[in-house]
Design a protein around this ligand. Structure first.
Ligand code: GLU
Length: 457
C-alpha cells in the first residue's frame, strides 16, 4: 500500500487537512505501507515557503511522519511536460483555441447532453480527448459512481504556455509515485473522473509501469456542532491553534480519527497504537462528521489525567515557555503545582488559569475580594492566620487538620473558611485544593500573602 497526503500550501493546515493526513497515516501504518508527502505548490501566488513550513511543523507536532517526500509539485514540471507531450504525440490530447464563449455556443448547438469537443488547432490550450464510454469511480467510502463520457467536456489539461493544470499534475504525480490508495476530502470527488481519464491516457502511452489504477476513498465533510460546514466560527480551526490552545497531539489524533471513522463499538478513547491496529477504510462513514471542540476538550482532559506526572510537568513547562510564561518551570514549586492541578485541567493552557497565581502571586479579582474578604471573611482570615502560624508543621495533612479544626470550632460551612484563604493567597476563587495549595506555598509565603490581604482593608 502506498498512500499520499498532498496539501496545497495556500494557508495553515486546518482540521480537515489534518484529518486527511491522519487517515492516510493510519492506513499506511496499519498495512505497513508507505506514506508519501507531496506539497501541491502550483498556485504560485498563494503558495508560500512560510505556509509550507507551517504545514510541516503541524504534521510534526501531530507526530504524523512520512516515509517519502516532501515532493514539491513545482519540481516536477519537466516531468509533467514530458507526459503532456506524450499525450499530444499520441493524439490523446490536442491543442485548442476554444474560448469560454466557444464552449457556450457549442453547448447551445448540442445541448447540455453532450460534452464539449474542441477542434484541433496549431496552438492554444491542451485538451484531453475524452474517449467513448464511461468512467466508473470505485470509491471505498461512497461506492461506485458512473460518469458517462458523452456528458463530459474534453478537459483542459495545460495552458497555452504548456504549464499543466491541477488535475493533470495530480494524476501524473500519483502515477509516478505508484500511489495505490488516494484518500482525501469529499470536495475532490468531482475531480476524480478527470484524473482517472488522465491516468488511463498516461498509462496508454507507457507511463506508470503497468501499475493498476489507484483505489479512491473520499472522506465525509466536516461540520460544526450546529450542522453547518466547519469554519472559524466553530473555534480552533488550524492545527497551530489547537497546539496554542494547549491540546495534546495524542488527544487530537484520537479525536480527529473519530471524525468520520468509528471502531464499531462506540469506544471513544483510543490510543494511537489502538487506532493503527483497528483503522481500515471499511468503517469510514459517508455521513458528514461533527467537529465539536467541547468533546475534544473533554477527551484532552482524559489524556492529561492519564499522563505520568513527570511527563505532564514537562509538557506544561514547554507550553508555558512557548506561551508567555517562560521561566516558571525553574520554580522549585512548579512540579508540585502541576501535580495538584492534574485532576482539574482539560488543556495545558488551563494550568496557568488555575495555578498561575500560586507561582506568580495573587491576581486581582475585585469580585472575589468583595464576596469573600468583607468584614466577616477578614475576621475568619485573621483566625486562620493565627492557627496556621502555630501549626506544628506545614505539610498537607497538618494544614488540613488546622483548617478543619477551625471549621468545627467556628461551626461554619467549610467554604466560609476556605474561600477567604483562597482569595487571600491567589486573588481568585479557583485554585487546586486549598490544603494542597497552601502547603505548596509554605508557611512563610502563605502568611505573607494573608498579611497583605489583611492590610489591604
Ligand atoms: N492539494 C489538494 C488539497 O489540498 C489535495 C489533492 C488531493 O489529495 O488529491 O486540497
Amino acid at each position: 500500500m502506498r498512500v499520499r497526503f498532498a496539501p496545497s500550501p495556500t494557508g495553515a493546515l486546518h482540521i480537515g487537512g489534518a484529518r486527511t493526513a491522519l487517515f492516510n497515516w493510519l492506513l499506511a501504518r496499519h498495512f505497513d505501507g508507505t506514506m508519501v508527502l507531496r506539497i501541491e505548490d502550483t498556485d504560485r501566488e498563494r503558495s508560500t515557503p512560510e505556509n509550507v513550513q507551517q504545514i510541516l511543523d503541524s504534521l510534526r507536532w501531530l507526530e504524523l511522519d512520512w516515509d517519502e517526500g516532501p515532493i514539491m509539485q513545482t519540481d516536477r514540471s519537466e516531468r509533467h511536460g514530458e507526459a503532456l507531450q506524450a499525450l499530444l504525440d499520441a493524439d490523446l490530447a490536442y491543442r485548442s483555441n476554444a474560448t469560454a464563449d466557444d464552449v457556450k455556443a457549442y453547448k447551445q448547438r448540442h445541448g447540455a447532453e453532450r460534452g464539449f469537443r474542441g477542434e484541433g488547432e496549431q496552438g492554444g490550450a491542451v485538451r484531453l480527448r475524452v474517449p467513448d464510454g464511461a468512467t466508473v469511480v470505485h470509491d471505498a467510502v461512497r461506492g461506485d459512481t458512473r460518469f458517462e463520457h458523452v456528458h463530459m467536456d474534453d478537459p483542459v489539461i495545460a495552458r497555452a504556455d504548456g504549464s499543466v493544470l491541477y488535475n493533470f499534475a495530480v494524476a501524473i504525480d500519483d502515477l509516478d509515485a505508484q500511489i495505490t490508495h488516494v484518500v482525501r476530502g469529499e470536495d475532490h470527488l468531482s475531480n476524480t473522473p478527470k484524473q482517472l481519464l488522465v491516468l488511463e491516457a498516461a498509462k496508454a502511452v507507457g507511463f506508470g509501469d503497468g501499475a493498476p489504477l489507484p483505489q479512491y476513498a473520499h472522506l465525509p465533510l466536516l461540520h460544526g456542532p450546529d450542522g453547518k460546514k466547519l469554519s472559524k466560527r466553530h473555534g480552533a480551526a488550524s492545527v497551530g491553534e489547537l497546539r496554542d490552545a494547549g491540546y495534546l497531539p495524542a488527544a487530537v489524533r484520537n479525536y480527529l480519527a473519530l471524525l468520520g471513522w468509528g471502531a464499531g463499538d462506540d469506544q471513544t478513547v483510543l490510543s494511537t497504537p489502538e487506532l493503527v491496529e483497528r483503522f481500515t477504510l471499511d468503517s469510514v462513514s459517508r455521513n458528514p462528521a461533527r467537529f465539536d471542540e467541547v468533546k475534544l476538550k473533554w477527551l484532552n482532559g482524559v489524556y492529561i489525567r492519564a499522563l505520568g506526572v513527570k511527563d505532564l510537568v514537562e509538557r506544561v513547562g514547554e507550553y508555558l515557555d512557548a506561551n508567555g510564561h517562560a521561566g516558571f518551570r525553574g520554580d522549585p514549586r512548579f512540579a508540585r503545582a502541576v501535580e495538584i492541578s492534574q485532576e482539574k485541567i482539560h488543556t495545558l493552557a488551563d494550568f496557568w488559569a488555575l495555578s498561575g497565581p500560586l507561582l506568580a502571586g495573587p491576581v486581582d479579582d475585585a469580585k472575589a475580594r468583595e464576596r469573600w474578604l468583607g468584614p466577616q471573611g477578614v475576621a475568619v482570615l485573621a483566625q486562620e492566620r493565627a492557627a496556621l502560624a502555630q501549626a506544628a508543621s506545614f505539610d498537607e495533612a497538618a494544614v488540613a487538620q488546622t483548617l478543619e479544626a477551625l471549621v468545627s470550632s467556628l461551626s461554619v460551612k467549610p467554604r466560609e473558611v476556605y474561600q477567604p484563604l483562597r482569595v487571600a493567597t491567589t486573588g481568585t476563587t479557583v485554585s487546586p485544593g486549598i490544603f494542597e495549595s497552601v502547603a505548596l506555598l509554605g508557611r512563610e509565603e502563605t502568611l505573607r500573602r494573608v498579611d497583605a490581604a489583611l492590610s489591604r482593608r
